[in-house]
Design a protein around this ligand. Sequence first.
Ligand code: GDP
Ligand code: IMO
Ligand code: MG
Length: 447
Amino acid sequence: MNFRTLANVIVIGAQWGDEGKGKITDLLSKSADMVVRYQGGVNAGHTVVVNGQTFKLHLIPSGILYPDTECIIGSGTVIDPKMLLNELDQLELLQIPTQHLLISETAHVTMPYHRLIDQAAEQRRGNRKLGTTGRGIGPTYADKSERTGIRVLDLMHSESLPDQLRWTIAYKNVLLEKLYDLPPLDSEAVIDEYLGYADRLRPHVVDCSLKIYDAIQHRRNILFEGAQGTLLDLDHGTYPYVTSSNPVAGGACIGAGVGPTMIDRVIGVAKAYTTRVGEGPFPTELEGEVGTLLCERGSEFGTTTGRKRRCGWFDAVIGRYAVRINGMDCLAITKLDVLDTLPEIKVCVAYKVAGDHCEHFPSDSRQFTLCEPVYETIPGWQQSTEQCRSLDELPTAAQDYLKFLAELVEVPIAIVSLGASRDQTIIVEDPIHGPKRTLLYPNLKEG
Ligand code: GDP
Ligand code: IMO
Ligand code: MG
């Protein structure tokens, strides 16, 4: 199916990240003129598999594999220049053109002290640690809020950067030495290193909001690619076990610098089960044999840190919450194939909290840690789905499972993914031009 006609869509993770956003973004990028990453940094790890070749992207949007699709790293992201240049080098080695990558001049820069502070702070937290990726993300966003951050713009001003860095590093060295008992950074070495990075990045740096507005005025299709997932959102996730940005759909407007009236569709991506990396509550987590099976069949190891992902059953309470918080129009369900061998599958339809039945995600994190899943068990299909290319070709039990999920979360499933490659996909309905969610669910209409 070709999705080409005008629309601006946001693709977001509906769980705790690693839902397969990279695969779905790559798939939809075929019809996009521009792909914009709007938050997060090199904590993200998006995997795209094309013709058997695997691309692991951290900061560069998953649209990069299409030479005619402009790719933007937006203002709401945090950019680690060293890692970004590494990523560019890797792509160039694979002969993937990268001149169509643009970087926002107002994005903040992750500096060496951010990474050191992230890792040292995690150590200091002891058993209260968050399980961060250790990539300096929290400290970079903290400096942004504290208004002491270095922006890409600052990096480009080679005449004023040395003084700005000398001042900032002197300040950070106090923290490193006195609070974390670490050696201070040599500011002159950091200045030299970052002036070098600035020179290499300069040709990519633009006013992204202006670029995006111009594209909208020329009626081009834009895809906004979320990193992380709804439950890792700083405001709406399982705080404090979250990242430091806003992966939810609303974050796209701020992080890209576009108004909400410019957005046509929000597409959520969720696994047919659930995973989580790092610390924090996870009601449907499976620690036994089935958890191990999901981890092994799903190759659930972090793209960024290589950590083993925690695995559990699909949680429809979280699914409904993600639909609400993101104003989601439809869902892409990934990794259905991972469930192929199971004789039965459980789905969490509600929680029990201190004896009370609860159908909504509790905003109080303490309450969330007490939630016990209420499961419904449905039969598995115990046959391979990897070669199926239409809903009809799926075993009946797999079709029933998808129908059940859609009913529970109250949005249609537009895409089903059955493997990492582009062709292992079923397009159930056009995710971009299919009916708006409000037209499908009468309970959402007036009255
Ligand atoms: P992202 O962070 O949301 O982009 O997801 P990741 O790339 O970190 O993790 C998803 C992993 O699952 C990647 O290794 C993908 O190649 C893989 N993947 C995506 N969709 C499917 C699918 O439908 N089935 C299987 N078996 N693997 C998939
Ligand atoms: P993608 O885009 C899964 C998790 C970390 C940790 C928490 C905070 O690939 O889905 P941070 O380093 O951001 O301060 O860590 O967030 N986390 C992710 N988990 N996928 C990601 O990105 C993640 N990015 C951060 O494991 O629990
Ligand atoms: Mg990932």
